[in-house]
Structures are given as structure tokens and as C-alpha cells.
Design a protein around this ligand. Structure first.
Ligand SMILES: Cc1cc2nc3c(=O)[nH]c(=O)nc-3n(C[C@H](O)[C@H](O)[C@H](O)COP(=O)(O)O)c2cc1C
Length: 402
């Protein structure tokens, strides 16, 4: 006998459903589900679907695949698919909001989910009930964004004038823009160390001994500031910092500040991106250092937030002005229920703490729209612009035609 599972997903209708549409769908689905031994519930509110399917594993997975291909909806995201000990529902029913339009009793299988909601009190507590409750409270609603076109973005921080670059030492920089989607503007650039035009930061970093990291870090920041100034950067300059290297070079901030002053870059435009690639041996010293940096007007961003050593605790310890989301969280978020739930929690936490979020590594329009619809405003990634070698590339922003 096949194992019992439930599969819970959400999706968005491709057109506004009428009572007639529901009636047809419900009748067909009810008889098919009954023959397949599938129970559960389908909900619809303001263009959003939410469905619980429970039954034998193979059958549920196969039906979900059929449903996924159905052109009446889109952006189907599996929130959870897991084994269950017993079913929450004894049959398959459906709830939707336009109750005033029809008489509930007239259509077999239509339930009271959005009105008195006896359905919820009838079922045992468990994951299905928790997620249905969350949906009833307004979460897990897919928002539809329609946009596929691209148009060049009006730039604010883009270089005013490209100047000739002087001969390079052992390493140089590429710059990648950070865009504010709501203002449709570039707010700054991150300086990324490079050995040459085609290389990556890793090519440079792997040549550096751990003991030399502090000195390298300091040199790199000074060089990046000089570069940015020569390129005419007008917005924020994001500079990478390895906090675990501070033990060997605790005074690095001073030289960065001096260079910034000399190059005419206002300190308040500099953002230190803390890269936690190892444990920090003296977190108190780091906190003190950060306080001092802040007093001078620098801002702090925790890079790659949510992976490795860059965990939730840093929001408490360092109280950063911003965080950059780790790429695993961003990647294909539009179709990963767990990532979506984590992101929503993070957005709430950061909003409560007054921390800005930058979604880094955004590569697809789907990732961008999903994140933007959740309230993220700052973006960086190949979707907008690849890092420009020794230049400040102007980004593209998907046109919002809503
Ligand atoms: C949001 C949504 C939920 C659906 N749920 C079910 C369902 O629970 N059971 C079902 O048989 N069909 C459901 N369908 C319809 C299926 O996609 C498909 O049209 C139906 O299974 C008939 O497929 P068949 O003609 O290949 O048998 C749903 C469609 C949509 C858009």
C-alpha cells in the first residue's frame, strides 16, 4: 500500500473565476478525487488558490502534476509535501469568497471556509490546519505581477564621466550596481576585487595567506575608494570587510577614512559589508569597532545573511543598518515554500529593527517580482547588471506594467 502524504500549494488564477467556473471545476474534481481516494480542500480568494491534497503518495504527486499544467492558474508553489499519519479531511471540498453570489447549499462540496469556518474546527490540529489558518489570516496569497519587458533605468549614481584608469597592481576591481526598485534608481555600487577581467574574487583571495588577510583587506578598501572616486561614483560605495581579519589589523578603519577624505568621498556614502567567513575571535572588539565606525558616519551591512556564520544573532550583536540576503534564500524563491516563509519572517524582523534588506544575486524576473512583492526594495544581481570591470555599469530594471 502506498504511503499517505499531503501536498499543500498555492497558486494564482490566470483570470477572475466566476461561480460557473467553480461549479464546473468542483464537480469534475470532486468525482475524480473520490475515484483516486484523494481528500482535502481547495480555497479561492481574490485570485489566489490554496489547496490541500491528501491521499496515497503516488496518486497525490501525479494529480498535483496534472494540476500544475492547468492553464487556469499559474505560479503554483509547493509549500509542503510530507508523509502524514492520518488524513485531516474525510472528503474533498472547496471554499471561496463570493458566497453572497450563490447559495452555499446549492453546490455540493462547497464549504463555509471564509464565513463561519466550521471546516477548521472540524479538523484535527496539524500542519494542514496551521497552514489553512495562516491562509485564512491573509498569508500565502500569491500576488500577480505581470511584467516581462526591460527598459533602461534612469541612473542617479552612475558615473558622470568615465576616466582613464591607471596601470594596475596585482589586483583591481569590478563594480556591481545596487538598485532601488521603488525609486527606479541606482543607489550605489559594490566594489568586488578581481585579478583580471575574466576572474573572480576567489582567484585573488585564494592567493592570500590568512595572516595577510587584514593587510590585504585594508589595501583593497583604500584602492576601491580611489577607483570609485576616479570613476566618478556618485552614490554609496559598498566595501567588503573580513571581520575575522581585524585581529591582525585592528586599525584598518583609519586608513579607509583617510583615503575617502583625500578622494572627496563622504564617509556617510561608505557601507562596510561584513563578510563572516570564519568565527570572529573577539566579538566585543568588533562591536566596539563598529560603534566607532558608526560614530564617524559609516554604515554596516551584514553580507550573505542567513548562511554560515552570518546568522540571526548578528542582528542583535551588531545592529546593522542593512543586510544582504544569502543567495540560497533568493534562488528560485518564487517556487520554494520554505524560503518564502523564512523571507517573510526576515522582512518582518528587519522592518521592526529598521534594517534595510538587499536581495543579492537576483538572476530571474520571477525572483525579482516575488521579492519585490514582499516589500524588498534594494536589489543586486545579474538580472540588473553584471559587475563591470573597472567601470560602473548602468543597470536595467524590468518594466513594471501593472
Ligand atoms: C487550482 C486548481 C485546482 C484543481 N484541483 C483539482 C483536484 O483537486 N482534482 C482534480 O481532479 N482536478 C483538479 N483541478 C483540475 C485539473 O487541473 C484537471 O483539469 C483535472 O484533473 C482533469 O484532468 P484530466 O482531464 O486529465 O483527467 C484543479 C485545477 C485548478 C486550476
Amino acid at each position: 500500500m502506498s504511503n499517505l502524504i499531503h501536498l499543500i500549494y498555492n497558486s494564482a488564477a490566470t483570470y477572475p473565476f466566476t461561480e460557473e467556473d467553480f461549479s464546473v471545476m468542483l464537480r469534475k474534481a470532486r468525482s475524480k478525487n473520490a475515484s483516486l481516494d484523494i481528500t482535502g480542500m481547495l480555497l479561492y480568494i481574490e485570485g489566489c488558490f490554496f489547496q490541500v491534497l491528501e491521499g496515497p503518495e503516488n496518486v497525490v504527486i501525479e494529480l498535483a502534476e496534472t494540476v500544475r499544467q492547468d492553464p487556469r492558474h499559474t505560479r503554483m508553489t509547493t509549500i509542503i509535501q510530507e508523509p502524514i499519519a492520518k488524513r485531516a479531511f474525510s472528503e474533498w471540498t472547496m471554499g471561496f469568497t463570493q458566497m453572497s453570489l450563490i447559495n452555499l447549499g446549492d453546490i455540493e462540496g462547497l464549504n463555509d471556509f471564509f464565513t463561519i469556518c466550521k471546516v477548521l474546527t472540524d479538523i484535527d490540529s496539524g500542519r494542514a490546519k496551521k497552514l489553512l489558518t495562516a491562509f485564512k489570516q491573509g498569508r500565502w496569497r500569491v500576488k500577480l505581477s505581470v511584467a516581462t519587458q526591460y527598459q533602461p533605468l534612469a541612473t542617479r549614481a552612475v558615473a558622470k564621466k568615465r576616466r582613464v584608469i591607471e596601470p594596475r597592481p596585482a589586483f583591481t576591481f569590478a563594480f556591481q550596481p545596487i538598485v532601488d526598485a521603488s525609486r527606479r534608481a541606482v543607489v550605489g555600487y559594490e566594489a568586488l576585487v578581481r585579478a583580471d577581467k575574466t576572474g573572480t574574487a576567489a582567484d585573488v583571495l585564494q592567493r592570500i595567506q590568512l595572516g595577510e588577510l587584514g593587510a590585504f583587506d585594508e589595501d583593497a578598501r583604500r584602492m576601491a575608494i580611489g577607483f570609485a572616486s576616479r570613476l566618478g561614483l556618485a552614490g554609496n560605495l559598498h566595501l567588503n570587510v573580513f571581520p575575522h581579519s581585524w585581529a591582525s589589523a585592528p586599525k584598518t578603519i583609519d586608513s579607509s577614512l583617510e583615503t575617502a577624505k583625500r578622494c572627496g568621498i563622504d564617509i556617510t556614502r561608505i557601507v562596510f559589508e561584513l563578510k563572516h567567513e570564519a568565527t570572529v575571535s573577539d566579538p566585543c572588539a568588533v562591536s566596539e569597532w563598529l560603534s566607532e565606525s558608526r560614530r564617524l558616519g559609516l554604515r554596516i551591512n551584514i553580507d550573505d545573511f542567513g548562511s554560515g556564520y552570518a546568522g540571526l544573532a548578528l542582528l542583535d550583536h551588531y545592529q546593522p543598518e542593512m543586510i544582504s540576503l544569502s543567495m540560497w534564500l533568493v534562488r528560485s524563491i518564487e517556487s520554494h515554500g520554505a524560503r518564502q516563509a523564512i523571507l517573510r519572517g526576515l522582512v518582518q524582523t528587519c522592518s521592526d529593527l529598521g534594517v534595510d534588506i538587499i536581495a543579492k544575486g537576483v538572476e530571474t524576473i520571477e525572483e525579482y517580482f516575488w521579492l519585490r512583492d514582499e516589500g524588498i526594495e534594494l536589489f543586486q544581481g545579474f538580472l540588473f547588471a553584471k559587475p563591470g570591470f573597472e567601470s560602473l555599469p548602468p543597470p536595467m530594471l524590468p518594466a513594471d506594467i501593472m
